[in-house]
Design a protein around this ligand. Structure first.
Ligand SMILES: Cc1cc2nc3c(=O)[nH]c(=O)nc-3n(C[C@H](O)[C@H](O)[C@H](O)COP(=O)(O)O)c2cc1C
Length: 178
């Protein structure tokens, strides 16, 4: 099965996760895997299975460049076995004053962009390394942490999980092979 993994990243964690997914898919006999960042990604044509993934940065949405790829290839993607992954810190999500936020809610919003529903999707944990942030992102996150935690310090956080990425890849391959 020819598999394409398309992703974009700002700070590199989604690229790392895309490589882990590729590593696991390559372990299946007959799998041929290509990983491409959105700017350089080919059309889904010519692949049987396509995974599309991106991080949540602002506004509860997957990175615009990734949504753009989905819009551009809406018709082609509708013919493929598609899997989606969203990279975020809020993997579990929560219910807050009448709304479900984060976690699977990120996935639901992303899935709605596709003309035909993706066959499988997961939220995978990313990371936050404060010294690496642009000053704009640092300001935005300071505001966020001030509001939710009454602190202006941005915490170091990692929810990166190679095992979860491998598990996601294995399940996707199983569903795509049916
Ligand atoms: C400015 C900014 C805003 C973010 N907003 C959210 C958010 O609303 N929810 C969430 O779960 N994670 C949020 N994150 C965490 C990112 O999803 C996480 O850092 C991810 O690993 C980034 O992916 P990348 O390294 O591929 O760019 C935010 C990160 C940044 C830098």
């Amino acid at each position: 099965m020819r598999c394409l993994i398309v992703y974009d990243t700002v700070y590199g964690s989604t690229a790392q996760i895309a490589r882990w997914i590729a590593e696991r898919l390559e372990g299946f006999p007959g799998a041929e895997v290509e990983v491409a960042r959105v700017g350089e990604a080919p059309s889904p044509e010519g692949y049987e299975a396509v995974l599309v993934g991106g991080p949540i940065h602002r506004g509860d949405q997957v990175l615009e460049s990734v949504r753009e790829y989905v819009r551009e290839y809406r018709e082609e993607l509708a013919q493929k076995a598609v899997g989606i992954f969203v990279v975020a810190l809020d993997v579990a999500g929560a219910y807050f004053r009448g709304r479900v936020m984060g976690g699977v809610e990120y996935l639901r919003a992303f899935a709605e962009l596709f003309a035909a529903p993706p066959i499988y999707g997961k939220v995978l944990g990313g990371n936050l390394v404060p010294p690496r942030l642009t000053s704009e992102d640092r300001e935005g996150l300071r505001d966020f942490y001030r509001r939710v935690r009454a602190t202006k310090d941005i915490p170091y956080r990692t929810a990166l999980d190679q095992g979860a990425a491998w598990e996601f890849a294995a399940r996707f391959f199983h569903y795509a092979s049916r």
